[in-house]
Design a protein around this ligand. Structure first.
Ligand code: NAP
Ligand code: GDP
Length: 316
């Protein structure tokens, strides 16, 4: 059972399992949305577990947003994520789920740190202040995974994805992440003949993973990764790009050739959060990531074809 199954990551898992012979022959997936029950509410959460009786859970449901929403709604990012995670983890214990995989994020890592960041550093100092509500709530998943193992013998673990992009993202300009925000803004710039505006200086660095690649890796974690300790799911350090480079790739994916401007009155957020994927590479040396230009081309084509219905897009 995949909580938050209708979101960016859930849809990446769904696309990947639809092509995986083992998943098709031997596994049954249930993708939940908030319409199946509000996980902020324990009674609704329990009803979901009673209805579906899942053997395994991938827990994605969360209050998720980009830098600018994290800056504005720190309390809601903390409280909603704490409540959802508490309800889901406790239900996994009560209903004897065999394995639970939850999702952290590289923005939970300390702001003042050495690079590359690795899995041992989750609690090694305060996160960047821009997203401290979200980051502390997410860090508690890692703490509680060990507590549930020690006290109840639960098989809980977590993954730490870097920035994610892909089809079915939240394309809201104000509330979403950088790639969907840039795609939406580029679409409007082309349509209205206005400049394509990138927020901040463009110099911050990020590692981006395509949601279908993350879907493949999360299912592998569910089947084969046997440790309570989190694992970073990311492209390599050499694949880190600046926001300005990412914006140029978006412009290419959208076939936009107009003016590009930087609005430096907007925040840059954390300068970088360069993460090591050495733990992943030791276990999956063969895994091939989708090149960013290809993933972006697919995402841009999808957005153009679905602009009327895309979440947070111009039609919604
Ligand atoms: P998303 O696209 O915003 O999707 C969120 C999902 O959670 C949706 O299915 C939503 O249901 C569901 N949800 C939200 N509140 C809920 C509630 N109260 N009860 C039940 N369901 C609820 O998010 P995402 O980007 O796929 O993120 C998935 C996970 O990855 C999250 O844990 C996030 O923290 C983590 N992550 C994301 C990124 C990123 O760049 N996006 C990076 C690192 C980690 P509806 O569709 O019905 O609203
Ligand atoms: P973060 O990686 O957690 O900081 O979250 P985001 O996905 O929101 O990326 C934020 C970075 O992208 C910051 O450096 C922003 O200044 C920059 N950025 C540029 N344009 C945009 C945009 O349209 N939306 C968002 N969310 N960020 C933008």
């Amino acid at each position: 059972m995949v909580t938050g199954g209708t979101g960016l990551v859930g849809q990446g898992i769904e696309e990947w399992v639809s092509t995986d012979p083992t998943a098709q022959a031997e596994e049954e997936y249930i993708f939940l949305s908030s319409k199946d029950g509000n996980l902020l509410n324990m009674a609704e959460c329990r009803a979901i577990f009673e209805k579906h009786a899942p053997t395994h859970v991938i827990h994605l449901a969360a209050k998720v947003g980009g830098l600018f929403n994290n800056l504005k709604y720190k309390v809601e990012f903390y409280r909603e994520n704490m409540l959802i995670n508490d309800n889901v983890m406790e239900c996994c214990r009560i209903y004897k789920v065999q394995k639970l995989v939850s999702c952290l994020s590289t923005c939970v890592f300390p702001d003042k740190t050495t690079y590359p960041i690795d899995e041992t550093m989750v609690h090694a100092g305060p996160p960047h202040s821009s997203n401290e509500g979200y980051a502390y709530a997410k860090r508690m998943i890692d703490v509680m995974n060990r507590c549930y193992r020690d006290e109840y013998g639960c098989n809980f673990t977590s993954v730490i994805p870097t920035n994610i992009y892909g089809k079915h993202d939240n394309f809201s300009i104000d509330g979403g992440h950088v790639i969907p925000g840039l795609i939406h803004k580029c679409f409007l710039a082309e349509k209205n003949g206005t400049p394509f505006t990138i927020w901040g200086s463009g110099s911050p660095l990020r590692q981006f993973i395509y949601n279908v690649d993350l879907g493949a890796l999360m299912v592998w974690v569910l089947r084969s990764y046997d440790s309570v300790d989190p694992i970073i799911l990311s492209v390599g350090e050499e694949d880190e790009v600046s926001i300005a480079d990412a914006a140029r790739m978006v412009a290419k994916g959208m076939a936009y050739s107009g003016e590009v401007v930087f609005d430096t009155t907007k925040a840059d957020g954390q300068f970088k959060k360069t993460a090591s994927n050495a733990r992943l590479r030791a276990l999956r040396p063969d895994f091939k990531f989708t090149p960013m230009a290809q993933g972006l081309a697919e995402t841009c084509a999808w957005f153009k074809a679905n602009s009327a219905v895309a979440r947070g897009g111009p039609g919604c």
